[in-house]
Design a protein around this ligand. Structure first.
Ligand SMILES: *[C@@H]1O[C@H](CO)[C@@H](O)[C@H](O)[C@H]1NC(C)=O
Ligand SMILES: *[C@@H]1O[C@H](CO)[C@@H](O)[C@H](O)[C@H]1NC(C)=O
Ligand SMILES: *[C@@H]1O[C@H](CO)[C@@H](O)[C@H](O)[C@H]1NC(C)=O
Ligand SMILES: *[C@@H]1O[C@H](CO)[C@@H](O)[C@H](O)[C@H]1NC(C)=O
Ligand SMILES: *[C@@H]1O[C@H](CO)[C@@H](O)[C@H](O)[C@H]1NC(C)=O
Length: 450
């Protein structure tokens, strides 16, 4: 047999099905192989072969207990653990969250909630569109970024406004025309298509408008590098104008008061209008913004890995985007985004297609596994180890979004591959063959097991 570990895996899985798999399996830990019990000082032997001073980790593969297609009643049962729910239950939510109801036995301790479906966000409906958000109020762990999902019908406008944080966006459907003028009076107009990005630095005034490129109009994801950002708390043109004495307005613009007879008495926020007829900015004696506020991310070729693809947009390619970076990842069925962490940046994740499973390792024995589907948000604080497994049978596609200028990650496999092998062996007691198998090149998205 080419792969003896596969046979072990199958046998263990069969055996463990009838055991209490929460108990650590104590294999052949003998006193003679335990360095803690070896007399010291007199021996001239080389150091004893490494062996655990603690019980072995369980061999339970700890796969997902059910998936979205399972039509049997999902219950909090894993092997001999758990029992049925006798009280009231919300079965659709249980079906969507197998790893909350029947967690793998590797989960332990307490990790703050790191899943938020936009479906649970309170929506704001306007004539012409809607907006819903996730900030610290919905998910307290997400202190560094907030997200907004916005929809505009053809021609509808998210009005001229500005705010304290930068604004980054990923176009989900249709085309949005964005406009801005910077602090030096340089302007920008651009059309942003599905999979493309825009970015406005903090305080720069801008607008968003759906074109009529598609019949339905536009939908996009906005990210703000602040967990307390509130979409209802931005500085709107109409809101300001409605709160300035008319006499001051007239003097400021050097007009009569009557020139301002018809301005709105309160904010518009999102409102219907005619689609834009041009994407050419008004002529500007100061010129255009030197770094475009839109980026053709859909035109960037992804890098192919054994289990899927990845492509990145950060300030090295989208130069103005100094406070937000993104990786767009695809993972094929049976494959996974490898075990990794981000050294100094939090990750705000957004699921576009397919089904994912992620365990967040929070140190001190704390770990929690959560399942995601399209429209769900995940959050992984800087340095917290994680992976994302495709648990469906279609391509999984998601965004990893960071509050940083440059994308960075640390690969567990690459770390171990480039560490002295004896040191790795001393920790994990894995074979030389397994150590030789560790790849010194980052794999990013790894295919199904060999
Ligand atoms: C979209 O708007 C432009 C500009 O008003 C117009 O010329 C064009 O016919 C419109 N297209 C559709 C499909 O409505
Ligand atoms: C984006 O880049 C791709 C590949 O270079 C190109 O085909 C496409 O036309 C570009 N889109 C825009 C809006 O410029
Ligand atoms: C997988 O494929 C089957 C058969 O095509 C389909 O019925 C099912 O919905 C798919 N999804 C999952 C998550 O298994
Ligand atoms: C989902 O679960 C069903 C059984 O409940 C199984 O047949 C199917 O293969 C599973 N799909 C995936 C993608 O694991
Ligand atoms: C390591 O990764 C590289 C690049 O992904 C690949 O070409 C190579 O075959 C891998 N080596 C091993 C030993 O898996």
């Amino acid at each position: 047999m080419k792969n003896p570990s596969l046979l072990n895996f199958v046998l263990c899985a069969v055996t463990l099905a009838s055991l209490n798999n929460a108990a650590p399996t104590l294999k052949s830990v003998t006193s003679s192989s335990n360095p803690a019990l070896t007399p010291t000082g007199t021996s001239t032997d080389p150091a004893p072969a490494s062996s655990p001073t603690v019980p072995y980790a369980s061999d339970d593969p700890n796969g997902i207990a059910w998936n979205v297609t399972t039509d049997t009643d999902p219950q909090p049962i894993r092997g001999s653990l758990g029992g049925t729910i006798l009280g009231p239950q919300n079965i659709p939510l249980q079906q969507q969250n197998p790893d909350l109801l029947a967690p793998p036995t590797t989960d332990a301790g307490t990790v703050p909630n790191f899943k938020w479906p936009f479906s649970l966000s309170h929506n704001r409906l306007q004539t012409g569109g809607w907006a819903r958000q996730q900030n610290e109020q919905e998910m307290p762990i997400a202190t560094s970024m907030a997200g907004v999902n916005m929809r505009l019908e053809p021609g509808a406008i998210r009005e001229l406004h500005w705010h304290q944080t930068a604004e980054w966006a990923y176009q989900l459907s249709g085309t949005t025309q964005v406009t801005a003028v910077d602090q030096l009076g340089r302007n920008f107009v651009g059309n942003v298509n599905p999979g493309d990005l825009w970015y406005f630095p903090p305080g720069i005034p801008h607008s968003l408008q759906a074109t009529n490129a598609t019949e339905e109009g536009s939908e996009f994801l906005l990210i703000f590098p602040s967990g307390t950002f509130n979409e209802d708390d931005t500085f709107l043109l109409t809101d300001w104008m409605a709160h300035i004495p008319k006499e001051v307005i007239a003097r400021n613009f050097q007009t009569s008061i009557s020139a301002w007879n018809d301005i709105p008495g309160q904010e518009l926020y999102i409102f219907p209008s005619e689609p834009p007829t041009t994407d050419v900015p008004p002529s500007d004696p100061q010129g255009q913004v030197p770094q475009p506020f839109a980026f053709n991310f859909s035109g960037v070729a992804p890098t192919q890995y054994s289990g899927g693809t990845a492509k990145i947009a950060d300030s090295t390619t989208f130069s103005v985007s100094t406070e937000v970076a993104v990786a767009e990842i695809t993972v094929e069925p049976g494959a996974m985004r490898e075990l990794h962490w981000h050294p100094s940046q939090d990750e705000w994740g957004f699921y576009l297609e397919g089904y994912g499973r992620m365990t967040l390792f929070a140190a001190e024995g704390n770990a929690m596994t959560v399942d995601f589907e399209p429209g769900d948000i995940s959050f992984a604080p800087a340095t917290y180890g994680h992976y994302v497994e495709n648990i469906g049978n279609t391509t999984l596609k998601f965004l990893e979004i960071f509050n940083t200028a440059v994308f960075q990650d640390v690969s567990l496999a690459q770390w171990l591959a480039l560490t002295p092998p004896a040191l790795v062996k001393a920790h994990l007691d894995i074979s030389d063959e397994t150590i030789a198998h560790l790849n010194k090149t980052k794999q990013v998205v790894v295919g199904p097991s060999a």
